[in-house]
Design a protein around this ligand. Structure first.
Ligand SMILES: [Zn+2]
Length: 416
């Protein structure tokens, strides 16, 4: 690693572990200037000039970039929608890479990065492409290096505390006896969490009856994370009425987020719901010294950042005190689990959650281990819709096993 750049890195970002490094070369097109994004042949060649980038991962999702070529330092936070700097600002190349990766892979670590390059700009040598590629490589490397722990099952709570004049929002993994920063751990919503919006109209706040939803339930299911809201550490007497309010401030992810409980009659009580927007009503009152479990609902698989904020009226001063927004990371998993929803003398109804751009072929066999597996003669292949799909299959004598063969349609890439 270049000693000069290493020294500059430490000057900019302070002491700590040595940074990692990536490089991306400039290029020329031997054949095919402006033909690539029309789907026509192109033959590029890397050149000996390049962008070098030294980086150190950050756990908080903040990206700080400094330039060894004299461009001004820039800072932003990784998300799926990053507002650009002014047009022409060099920081937009980092934002473009960060936003694209966040859309594709969800939560990313942040990084401190020092950039140096010797590709002349605006000379047809793809200096800006090299910059975007270098940022993307570094952000991917930072995410891998940060390697956040994942909670997949067991008892955990979103902990809310206020001590010595400061809020402390965190995740408490009860079974492990560990405490994490809100965005220092991934809360997994396993594929087994998939269910459907009940037909009961009282649950229409979750979506259309039958629509897929993923629920971490308020009642313990050993296959899933058992996630609650914990205020045990919050001492009595600090806040008036010994209550604090936990409010939903933001939802970043592929779907919506709902938090609800059931009252003693089994009627839903909705605390937070991003389906109708987010406002002051998206909140839940928590009691000091308390602990409660709730239903955490997501409407699509993928990665989410859920922003929560605590506030309360200080008993001593009568003033409202509000925490920073803490972002919690959720990962909602999808798996094409085939289930039997109905069986009568003549037919068996099989159901699974399909995805768009996927084709499903049902196969059956009388021997789960040895096969052979064959397509059912009466059941055609079906195109996924993103909804639950059902297939009615004639009942045959003897044991019968079913599986889905899934084909993903070829992706067609279009230039932006
Ligand atoms: Zn709990």
């Amino acid at each position: 690693m270049n000693a000069f750049l290493l020294e500059r890195f430490h000057n900019f970002f302070g002491p700590g572990p040595d940074p990692l490094a990536v490089r991306a070369p400039g290029r020329v097109n031997l054949i095919g200037e402006h033909t690539d994004y029309h789907g026509l042949p192109v033959l590029p060649m890397a050149i000996g000039r390049e962008i070098r980038l030294l980086f150190r991962p950050r756990a908080d999702g903040v990206v700080r970039i400094a330039s060894a070529n004299g461009f001004p330092a820039r800072q932003f936070r990784v998300s799926r929608e990053i507002a650009p700097f002014e047009q022409g600002d060099w920081g937009n190349y980092a934002k473009a890479a960060a936003q694209a990766l966040a859309c594709e892979y969800g939560h990313l670590a942040g990084m401190d990065a020092l950039v140096w390059g010797d590709i002349p700009p605006a000379a047809g040598l793809s200096s800006s492409s090299a910059l975007v590629v270098a940022f993307a490589l570094a952000l991917a490397g930072a995410a891998r290096a940060a390697d956040l722990p994942v909670l997949t099952s067991g008892h955990a709570d979103v902990g809310v505390n206020y001590e010595d004049g400061a809020w402390d929002l965190h995740v408490h993994a009860e079974d492990l006896g560990l405490e994490y920063e809100p965005d220092g751990v991934v809360l997994q919503v396993g594929a087994e969490a998939l269910t459907q919006v009940p037909t009961n109209a009282a649950f229409s706040f979750l979506g259309d009856a039958g629509a897929p939803i993923w629920v971490l339930p308020a009642v313990e299911n050993h296959d899933l994370l058992f996630l609650g809201l914990g205020t045990e550490e919050l001492a009595p007497g600090i806040f008036s009425n010994d209550t604090v309010t936990l409010s939903l401030k933001s939802v970043t992810g592929p779907g919506d987020f709902v938090l609800y409980t059931l009252d003693m009659f089994g009627n839903p009580v909705v605390s937070m719901n991003s389906r109708d927007g987010i406002d002051a009503s998206d909140s839940r009152v928590l009691t000091a010294g308390g602990h409660t479990h709730v239903n955490w609902v997501f409407t699509a698989p993928g990665q989410y950042r859920i922003g929560l904020q605590a506030s309360g009226v200080l008993a001593a001063t009568g003033e409202t005190n509000t925490s920073e927004v803490a972002e919690y990371l959720f990962e909602v998993q999808y798996a094409p689990i085939l289930s039997v929803t109905r069986k009568d003398a003549a037919t068996l109804t099989l159901q699974w959650l399909s995805r768009e751009h996927h084709e499903y072929h049902l196969q059956s066999s009388s021997d789960l281990v040895n096969g052979p597996w064959s397509a059912h003669p009466d059941v055609d292949a079906v195109e996924g819709t993103g909804e639950f799909m059902t297939l009615a299959v004639p009942v045959e004598p003897g044991p019968r096993f079913f599986r889905l063969e899934i084909y993903e349609e070829a992706h067609h890439h279009h230039p932006d």
